[in-house]
Ligand binder design. Structure first.
Ligand code: SF4
Length: 124
């Protein structure tokens, strides 16, 4: 009765779960982690560590993620052991969404003159 990583891990790949696993059961692919069912002792330590709730016991898995039971088993055969030091993909995703801060010349702000803007009186 192993635990299973599910679709919520795709493009996130947080490593918190890897750090708490007592038997090094996690494996990694390019886009997500998986658990080797031959190694997992079903202790349950990893599930509450996942920030995106991607890990379930195979007896509690969501219906839409049932295929991930086989996926973890099959893909873990050839996958690399997860060491917990791979890039967290979610960090990359969010870094593209942070808008750049636009700097306004300090002198124009202090004098109330920002080129091209209209003041509250409706004058430039
Ligand atoms: S349930 Fe325990 S043994 Fe299995 S992958 Fe999670 S932490 Fe490792």
């Amino acid at each position: 009765m192993p635990h299973v990583v599910t679709s919520a891990c795709i493009d996130h790949k947080y490593q918190d779960c890897v750090a708490v696993c007592p038997v090094d059961a996690f494996r990694e692919t390019e886009k997500y982690l998986i658990i080797d069912p031959e190694e997992c002792i079903d202790c349950g330590a990893c599930a509450p560590e996942c920030p995106v709730d991607a890990i379930f016991s195979d007896t509690d898995i969501l219906d839409e993620d049932e295929a991930w039971i086989d996926r973890n088993a099959h893909e873990s055969i050839d996958a690399e052991r997860a060491e917990g030091d791979s890039p967290i993909l979610a960090d990359d995703e969010f870094s593209h969404e942070i808008p750049k801060i636009v700097s306004i010349p300090r002198t124009n702000v202090l004098e109330g003159r920002i080129t091209g803007m209209t003041d509250w009186h409706g004058k430039n």
